[in-house]
Design a binder for this molecule. Sequence first.
Ligand code: PLP
Length: 427
Amino acid sequence: MSRSHDLFTAAQRHIPGGVNSPVRAFRGVGGDPVFFERAAGAYAFDADGKRYVDYVGSWGPMILGHAHPEVLAAVRNQLDKGLSFGAPTEQETTMADKVCALVPSMDLVRMVSSGTEATMSALRLARGYTGRDKIVKFEGCYHGHADSLLVKAGSGALTLGEPSSPGVPAALAELTITLRYNDLAQVRETFAAIGSEIACIIVEPVAGNMNCIPPVPGFLEGLREVCDQSGAVLIFDEVMTGFRVALGCAQGHYGITPDLTALGKVIGGGMPVGAFGGKREIMSKISPLGPVYQAGTLSGNPIAMAAGLKTLELISAPGFYDQLTATTTALLAGLQVRADAAGIPFSTNQVGGMFGLFFTSEKVTNYEQATACNQEQFKAFFHGMLERGVYLAPSAFEAGFVSIMHGEAEIQTTLDAAAATFAAMTA
Ligand code: PLP
């Protein structure tokens, strides 16, 4: 038996399900989760010392690869000065200036400690600003686990077959209107009926929690239009897509300007960080400038700022996203060739350094298609790849992530593993 198995058994004594976040438990694919001990570059090493090419990257943050020496040095430098002050620091200003320069829709930005906090706070702000209670989200989009947003959410909730969580009061869930992603006609109908009651639309500009589904042309533009017409706030949840699909985030990539943006993952470089920000007029309603309350003991934590700032500096290097995108494209093209050769129905989606793998012959553009893919084939593929040293997300409803440390050797290792896995699946 592996050490991971023993560790998982021990973990279940005092941790619910043995994990501190549900998808880690491997319920979506079966078997024991792999316990990691360390990671470097494109690789993660488990408790038995086995090496994996890692396409999870801590669920997105590790765009520079694991344990990047310059990020570690920045953290070490801050460590000696203290872990947390609960008072303003210069680094927070540097971070805010940098974020607002990279994401022009943001005039003001507030740092928080997770993506959930960022979306939850953006939602409260949208409600406080508009004086309206209803919100629109999309089926299969995950925006963290705040009550209002845990209605027909994707990702872990979808993996565990429980898209809407018990514990969310019905009175609150009623205020969350869930529409179909990439279905602009339905959005227009809803706004025609009750647009004046809707505080905001919150959307993943590339859906990454029902696998990876890009917006169809016109979808994001249409959301901008209905928000302009109705006075609702357009919130882009870029916790996953921010600095992942492009340096200017998804909004830069698609050329759409949201009113508010939620960020997380990459902006913290692997530390617990989130942020939300946007138009000055709206952000000025946040305390202490305005009446909408929002706070955090560890918000803007100096260690987290050090890791995040160094990450933002390094991803700003010319050509960074060209390389990341080209690597991801090469990976997907290689996987497609090998699936086709094995006669396995397979398709992929990609935006920048973010990708989706689907066991279907169709191009996937919506939730129904994503959930109709062959789950058994995904599970077999996942375990075949894991055995051969490639770590994919343990769920058919998660996007995959490539880091800048993934090079030709790592792609080749992955493609060789895929060829063998596809062959075994058809044997
Ligand atoms: N929003 C999106 C799009 C996410 O993908 C996630 C997490 O995966 C969140 C929000 C929540 O972020 P966190 O897990 O840091 O609370």
